[in-house]
Design a protein. Structure first.
Ligand code: B1M
Length: 211
């Protein structure tokens, strides 16, 4: 099986060790690192996303796929310095204040990164002020917020208000996600979009940036 095809398959299988081995082989064979990413790793993740969305794959499997993809990326990233990596857009991502749930948010981060976005993952318990600071500092295209608790959903509204007060709201698209939130809530608080899962978050970000 050609190496790129086998790499893609190993990402889909979530086989971290095989992805490492094949990525090393591709590097030793002199393959262009960007082609290894685009024609191997990303091809694999592009199969995983829709399967997850269709309910054919489950969270633990997707996490393994994302981990396998990251294992390959770690070996390739140092070789990409100085190369023109095609970046679709920049996303500042965090779990809102008083909320410590991060498994879903990290899944969203990994899927976005795998799809060509630069992600600034702020972590958990991120206050409106911290979102504002990170937006000033990083000038992202999109601010993404995650909340898993009904009690912390309101922090999303507060963060949007803080972005408005800092005159940053017009510069960025805002997306929200997490089990208790909905499209209706996104409309209510003035977010630009809501995604029910990680694969949809990638689609939404691409759509909002016209990609
Ligand atoms: Co907590 N917890 N928890 N918890 N916890 C829930 C959320 C809960 C529903 C459990 C329950 O009671 N049935 C409940 C919330 C009830 C409510 O508010 N309606 C709850 C509670 C009450 C609590 C505590 C208050 C418990 C306590 O201490 N009394 C406490 C709060 C701590 C805090 O945050 N301040 C707490 C603590 C914890 C742990 C620390 C133990 C742990 C979190 C570990 C961690 O994240 N590192 C935890 C866990 C694991 C859960 C459950 C079991 C699983 C959450 C999860 O990771 N799901 C959860 C029950 C459940 O959901 N079944 C529960 C898997 C993950 C991949 O899915 O996060 O939904 P999810 O992400 C999805 C989508 O939502 C979406 O994409 C992801 C992938 O498809 N998505 C986005 C998420 N963010 C997005 C952002 C986007 C777009 C899409 O754009 C920006």
């Amino acid at each position: 099986m050609p190496i790129f095809e086998e790499l893609a398959k190993s990402v889909v299988n979530g086989d971290v060790e095989r992805v490492r081995e094949l990525t090393r082989q591709a590097i030793t064979a002199g393959e262009d690192p960007l082609e290894v990413i685009n024609n191997g790793l990303i091809v694999g993740m592009n199969i995983v996303g829709p399967r997850f969305k269709a309910g054919e794959m489950f969270i633990p499997e997707v996490l393994m796929c994302a981990r396998a993809m990251q294992a390959g990326m770690e070996l390739l990233k140092p070789l990409l310095v100085g190369q023109d990596v095609p970046v679709i857009g920049k996303v500042v991502l965090g779990t809102v204040k008083d909320d410590l749930h991060d498994i879903g948010k990290n899944l969203v981060a990994m899927m976005l990164e795998s799809s060509g976005f630069t992600v600034i993952n702020l972590g958990v318990n991120i206050s409106p002020e911290q979102f504002v600071e990170a937006t000033k500092e990083n000038q992202p295209d999109i601010v993404g917020m995650s909340a898993l608790l009904t009690t912390t959903m309101e922090m999303m509204r507060n963060t949007i208000e803080a972005l408005k007060e800092a005159n940053l709201r017009e510069q960025v698209k805002v997306i929200i996600g997490g089990a208790p939130v909905s499209q209706e809530f996104a409309y209510e608080i003035g977010a630009d979009g809501y995604a029910p899962d990680a694969a949809s978050a990638v689609e939404l970000c691409k759509k909002l940036l016209g990609k």
